[in-house]
Design a protein around this ligand. Structure first.
Ligand code: GLA
Length: 382
């Protein structure tokens, strides 16, 4: 698991790397999604929270229109010119930042060159949106350096476009919105059609437990993009603008290819589960919220087919613990993390028990850690 440098350590490394002082630190968190998986690109509902793991960027403006970007954790660096930004295959990690710079320029913002040092503790390819954290931290750094403000929904769209055009994943907007909008001790009910959102207090009696299977996602872009195309095909066949507008009754009357119908059934039922989970959390009905999370996992496993043997094992072990209300895979799937909603006083005992059982079942060493819901992206000028 990566660890986060203190501000002082980050600034010391910045000075040692660039021979000058940083003038700002930007930050943006990863996210965990409580429920509402693969619904975002179907104009549907999601319920994520920003987490206590984040990407930070220490930076100082440069006057020559170039960005020199150092990734502390990866021990890589690259430089690009603002008047000639293109995706790079040599330094793929930097595409998230290049893509954000390109999106800001396209939006007419006065982007300046930067010296920038990036560091963070969001695990990569674990389903906790390390890429959205990089995008939203970069956006904060560019806007702090350039003295402009970007509305948060536009910020999220710029991050999403960076993924589409510079990375090749046709993602939805959930991750960037969660990273931008996060609120301490709240999950966010986001309507991905009009981007309106309502913060929902995390229930006092429960803890969000993240359980990393230690399996990193692979070939996600192709499988993810395929799911997205299947959803679009289903919406077209059902005659609706997006699966958000479809119902089970419509699905039952239509004659869709079997797999496409499974995908659509997941999306239609998942949207209903998200709204029901919001209601359950608001009334403190943790058992109901947990049951909805369990049902979401089954649907992602059987209908959307994005789970894995390790995720299924982790979810089953989490659920078998006393005090676990519910558990499911979180994020795109295909590896990465599960999330559980646990009674506060059960978490401490569950962590070593689940870790040991998972290790003996899979031979892998997982990471289990509770998180509180955290604040969204921000910056400080130094
Ligand atoms: C990834 C994408 C999101 C969303 C989830 C699945 O995290 O970036 O837009 O589609 O998968 O819910």
């Amino acid at each position: 698991m990566p660890t986060l440098l203190s501000h002082d350590e980050l600034l010391t490394h910045f000075a040692a790397t660039f021979g000058r002082r940083a003038t700002l630190i930007a930050r943006a968190p990863g996210r965990v999604n409580m429920i509402g998986e693969h619904t975002d690109y179907n104009d549907g509902f999601v319920l994520p929270a920003a987490i206590e793991r984040e990407t930070r960027i220490a930076a100082a403006p440069r006057s020559n229109g170039r960005v020199r970007l150092v990734a502390y954790d990866l021990k890589r660096e690259t430089t690009f010119a603002l008047d000639d930004i293109r995706p790079t295959a040599e330094e793929p990690w930097s595409n998230y930042v290049c893509g954000v710079a390109a999106g800001l320029l396209a939006g007419g913002y006065a982007v300046q060159g930067l010296d920038a040092l990036m560091q963070g503790d969001v695990p990569i390819a674990a389903g906790l949106s390390s890429s959205a954290a990089v995008e939203m931290a970069a956006l904060q750094a560019f806007s702090a350096a350039g003295g402009f403000t970007v509305p948060l929904d536009q910020a999220a769209r710029i991050g999403q476009k960076a993924e589409h055009l510079f990375v090749g994943t046709n993602c939805g907007l959930m991750d960037q919105l969660a990273s931008a909008l996060g609120r301490p001790d709240h999950v966010l009910l986001i309507d991905c059609r009009d981007l309106s959102y309502r913060p929902v207090p995390t229930p006092a009696g429960a803890t969000i437990l993240i359980a990393d299977t230690a399996v990193r996602r692979q070939l996600t872009s192709s499988a993810y993009n395929e799911r997205r195309s299947q959803c679009e095909a289903a919406a077209q066949a059902l005659g609706v603008p997006a699966l958000r507008d479809a119902t089970l009754a419509m699905l039952e009357q239509a004659d869709l290819p079997e797999v496409v119908a499974w995908r659509a059934r997941h999306i239609i039922t998942e949207n209903v589960r998200v709204l029901a989970t919001e209601a359950a959390l608001r009334t403190g009905d943790l058992a109901a919220a947990g049951a909805l999370m369990d049902a979401s996992h089954a649907s992602l496993r059987d209908l959307y087919e994005v789970s894995s043997a390790e995720l299924d094992a982790m979810v089953e072990l989490l659920r078998s613990q006393p005090g676990c209300f519910g558990a499911r895979l979180t994020g795109a799937g295909f590896g990465g993390c599960a999330v559980a909603l646990m009674a506060n006083d059960s978490v401490r005992a569950a962590i070593p028990t689940v870790a040991a059982a998972y290790r003996s079942r899979t031979g892998l060493t997982p990471a289990l850690y509770p998180t509180r819901a955290a604040a969204g992206a921000s910056f400080v000028l130094l």
